[in-house]
Design a protein around this ligand. Structure first.
Ligand SMILES: [Zn+2]
Length: 440
């Protein structure tokens, strides 16, 4: 959510000066073992058994590491709830104390020119909510990440990133809010349809410009030129009909110890990016397995399908907004001093309804993403033919994901298959391919 990234000024300065000393001795990273040697049970043999091989891989992880990454990931379940409740409380505060109406009055005093008025309201509302949300943001994004050894930034640079995020939200969010209120004021009956259309086009636009214009605000993105790494990746790309010329690297280690890679953009801006944690700690087999997975996203058009899915969700959300706003404003509009859907003071109510929508659809979103990730896993195994590199990658990702959840837990909370399921899929692939090669 937009509200996640942005951050405050006043409180920030306060904490800015007391925090760094507390973290002079940051906790060590929860590094998972790099399994260079394939465990005996997972080595090719006539008695190869996928389940035994999976268990052998999982047995490489020390119990205390598992406990720590489970605690981190399970804490994330609760954060979904706390984020929702905290955000809802702030929205209700802004409405019931009529702060939102007051911000609107203030903005109207600055200017009668609607467009500028909307932007001024947005600026005030964004800064105020950022300050109010700051305690949760700093716990979630800074202290908790450090506690689990996932963060690499000291407080100053972290705060700098938060302020940059606030700036991005101010500008991009400002443009979107101006367009949406333009629609709501001109089309009182059909605004929800056109509002959804504007939102879809706008978010597609940000997906398009993200890798080229937004990421460099926070990280350095460079073209990878080590032929030992780029050669095999581009070869795999050609074999899979992907017209890639370059592979990119992002210095994610600036913020985090997480290993990751992704496919982003579309048409001419579509590109594959590896983060430097993966490049530094991943074996060549592991990097190839991950690249095969990313190419799966590419070949199976997951970005386009994602945009389509988001579009359907956006239309549904705007339909809910249409009814939700109508219902709530009829009841409490006067009390909150909101004149209608074209009044900027309505923003916290919109945020509240969007929060409810997002909370309810969390398992749907996760299952949609997880399904695509599973597809990319299958594609990646076939493209890279590196089941052991794949298992290694799953173990490394276990530094921030629970390896072995229950099926219901995985369905609700996991946006990727769990580590156990990913390793098992790799070992199943290996078992069946051993049979194939034995048949010759
Ligand atoms: Zn993926």
């Amino acid at each position: 959510m937009l509200s996640r990234i942005f951050l405050a000024t006043a409180l920030a300065c306060l904490i800015f000066f007391c925090a760094p000393s507390a973290l002079a001795q940051p906790p060590a990273a929860n590094q998972m073992p790099s399994v260079i040697q394939v465990p005996a049970e997972a080595q090719a043999s006539p008695h190869f058994d996928a389940t035994a091989a999976t268990n052998a891989y999982l047995a490489q992880i020390r119990a205390d590491k598992t406990a720590r990454s489970d605690a981190y990931f399970e804490g994330g379940y609760w954060l979904i709830l706390w984020d929702f409740l905290y955000g809802a409380a702030i929205a209700l505060l802004l409405l019931n104390l009529r702060w939102s109406a007051r911000l609107r009055d203030l903005a109207e005093r600055v200017t009668r020119f609607k467009l500028v008025h909307t932007f001024v309201y947005w600026l005030q509302c964004l800064v105020l909510t950022s300050v109010l949300i700051f305690p949760l943001t700093v716990y979630e994004g800074y202290f908790r990440e450090h506690k689990y050894g996932l963060a690499t930034q000291t407080f100053g640079p972290w705060m700098g990133d938060q302020l940059k995020g606030l700036g991005v939200n101010l500008m991009l969010g400002g443009v979107l809010v101006i367009m949406l209120f333009g629609v709501a004021r001109r089309l009182p009956r059909t605004w929800w349809i056109w509002g959804a259309v504007v939102t879809i086009l706008f978010s597609t636009f940000t997906v398009l410009i993200g890798p080229v214009y937004l990421w460099p605000i926070f990280n350095k993105v460079t073209r990878l030129d080590d032929p030992k790494i780029v050669g095999p990746i581009l070869s795999m790309a050609r074999a899979n009909g992907i017209p890639a010329q370059d592979v990119y690297e992002i210095d994610a280690s600036r913020q985090s110890t997480r290993m990751s890679a992704n496919v982003s953009g579309f048409a001419n801006t579509m590109r594959i990016t590896l983060n430097d944690n993966l490049l530094r700690r991943g074996s060549p087999e592991e990097i190839q397995a991950v690249m095969g997975h990313e190419m799966g996203h590419y070949v199976m058009n997951h970005i386009y399908k994602g945009i389509l899915f988001d579009s359907i969700e956006t239309v549904l959300m705007f339909a809910c907004l249409y009814f939700g706003l109508g219902w709530a404003l009829k009841r409490w509009g006067e009390k909150w001093q909101i004149r209608g859907v074209g009044d900027t003071a309505v923003v916290p109510l919109v945020a509240l309804l969007a929060l409810i929508f997002g909370f309810v659809t969390t398992p749907v979103d996760n299952s949609w993403t997880r399904t695509q990730e599973y597809e990319a896993d299958m594609y990646g195994l076939n493209a890279s033919r590196q089941p052991d590199g794949f298992a290694q990658a799953a173990i490394h990702l276990g530094e921030y994901r629970k390896m072995n959840p229950g099926p219901v837990e995985e369905f609700i909370f996991f946006d990727h298959p769990s580590g156990r399921n990913r390793i098992y899929a790799a070992m199943r692939w290996k078992a069946e391919n051993l049979k194939l090669s034995a048949g010759h």
